[in-house]
Design a protein around this ligand. Structure first.
Ligand SMILES: Nc1nc2c(c(=O)[nH]1)N[C@H]1C(S)=C(S)[C@@H](COP(=O)(O)O)O[C@H]1N2
Ligand SMILES: [Mo]
Length: 342
């Protein structure tokens, strides 16, 4: 899976080169230019491979617990702390084991409800969202976490869980003992490489340099609505939806940032993948100037908050007015910060 991502990214790098010249180039690139591009692609490739190496280190894995009612600061558990808490066992089939679907494994991990009670406050909360390394996310009802031993597993039959089997932290549902939960939680809910647990939905907040803006601050800026298909897989209704929010351009002005023509803005969301150079969403100054790129804060006709199960409270959204230029870019979930690259 990770290997495939690398290939996809590499493919995009070379595609990028091709696309640049399809419509726009009047002259063919020089040999020197081609060599520069080749070197850029190769450097980037090496960087991606180095990062993959780091990410595969189970001992470097953290689990963050935060949200609406989490303790004042997010809790970050390191691998040792996670292992010390992993004392719950459940015997179940593995929904993603296609070759031997009825084989029962012993999964060892931490019951989610135990973690939540220890590090959070569940008052008024109905849902918990799990964010994965690759920006995949799933949401589970508190009620079900209370009724069934749903665990974050770190071992399978006594062995660490391999990355391609969902490790190092894999969300496991007790299918064998409670087959009825299959209906609500299918194999797609078995989240691989979990990195964050979000209790309810956080309050909207975005940092730009030393400034931090809350929803009230963002609401002072011109409000924009776009109607579009959502650029990622999560709970959203299918088809076109309204996303309301503010332009990245206006948020930068509010922070007093003036972009030079060669600058770009890196949109940092919670999922780890957006912190990796290979998948980081980096918006060139020209794109920010020419296109409506939004920090979405509400959605739908009645301007509902964007819940965690939808990647909220703040999500990056591209308007159709720049479709050709932004088609390759992913919407970013759980946006927390804009950083400027001069
Ligand atoms: N982190 C992460 N977990 C995930 C997914 C994913 O893309 N990322 N896909 C889900 C889905 S839809 C299924 S069917 C199973 C198996 O996904 P795979 O076929 O992409 O391996 O994992 C689930 N868990
Ligand atoms: Mo799936």
């Amino acid at each position: 899976m990770v290997g495939l991502n690398v290939l996809k990214n590499l493919a995009l790098v070379s595609l990028g080169i091709a696309i640049v010249c399809l419509g726009g180039c009047t002259e063919r690139p020089t040999k020197e230019q081609l060599e520069v591009w080749r070197k850029e692609a190769s450097d980037r490739n090496n960087q991606i491979l180095a990062e993959q190496g780091q990410n595969n280190q189970q001992s470097a894995w953290n689990l963050v617990i935060e949200g609406e009612t989490a303790t004042a600061k997010p809790v970050t558990l390191n691998w040792q702390q996670i292992k010390d808490l992993a004392t719950d066992n459940i015997d179940t089939v593995d929904a993603n084991n296609i070759t031997t679907p009825s084989k029962v494994f012993k999964f060892t991990g931490i019951q989610v409800i135990t973690l939540l009670k220890k590090f959070g406050n569940l008052k008024g909360i109905t849902e918990i969202t799990f964010i994965c390394f690759d920006a995949y996310q799933v949401t589970v009802k508190i009620e079900d976490l209370l009724n069934y031993p749903i665990i974050l597993a770190v071992a399978k039959d006594g062995q660490p869980i391999a990355r391609e089997q969902g490790g190092p932290i894999y969300l496991v549902f007790p299918y064998t003992r409670h087959p009825q939960i299959r209906k609500e939680y299918n194999e797609g809910m078995w989240a691989f490489y979990v990195t964050h647990i979000i209790i309810g939905t956080e309050k909207p907040k975005v940092r730009v340099g030393k400034r931090e803006f809350n929803l009230n601050d963002l609401d002072q800026l011109p409000q924009v609505t776009l109607t579009n298909n959502v650029g990622y897989r999560a709970w959203w209704p299918s088809g076109k939806v309204k996303v309301h929010g503010v332009r990245v351009r206006d948020v930068l002005s509010l922070a007093g940032v003036e972009l030079t023509p060669t600058a770009s803005v890196y949109v940092r969301g919670k999922p780890t993948v957006y912190h990796k150079i290979s998948d980081a969403i980096n918006l060139p100054a020209k794109l920010i100037k020419d296109c409506d790129i939004l920090l979405g804060t509400r959605w739908g006709d009645d301007k509902q908050p964007i819940l965690a199960k939808m990647g909220g409270p703040i999500t990056l959204a591209f308007s159709d007015n720049c479709q050709a230029k932004t088609k390759q870019l992913k919407w970013v979930t759980f946006v927390e910060e804009l950083t400027i690259q001069p």
